[in-house]
Write a new protein. Structure first.
Length: 84
């Protein structure tokens, strides 16, 4: 479960770091965009063990959209070969 508090912001120069909150298995991350996001600590540990950056859902969705657009731009000019 991820919740976003879009009203509390940090300076834009802050890096993404995490701080375990006192609400059971939830942790808090500070996204590079300045949002403070609560995230399940098991998900946080898994992402960190895979070397992924902890980010808010809005930054994640934007990154994924950009990646999809880049892939589409790369393959737009390539026609599929006829296998018959």
């Amino acid at each position: 479960m991820v919740t976003v508090n879009a009203f509390r912001q940090l300076p834009n120069s802050c890096n993404t770091v995490f701080n375990v909150a006192g609400r059971g298995r939830m942790g808090t991350i500070y996204c590079r965009c300045g949002r403070i996001v609560s995230m399940d600590s098991a998900i946080m540990k898994m992402k960190l063990s895979m070397g992924k950056e902890l980010e808010c859902p809005l930054c994640r969705n934007g990154r994924i959209s950009k990646d999809i657009e880049d892939i589409n731009m790369h393959f737009d000019g390539i026609e599929e070969e006829d296998f018959f």
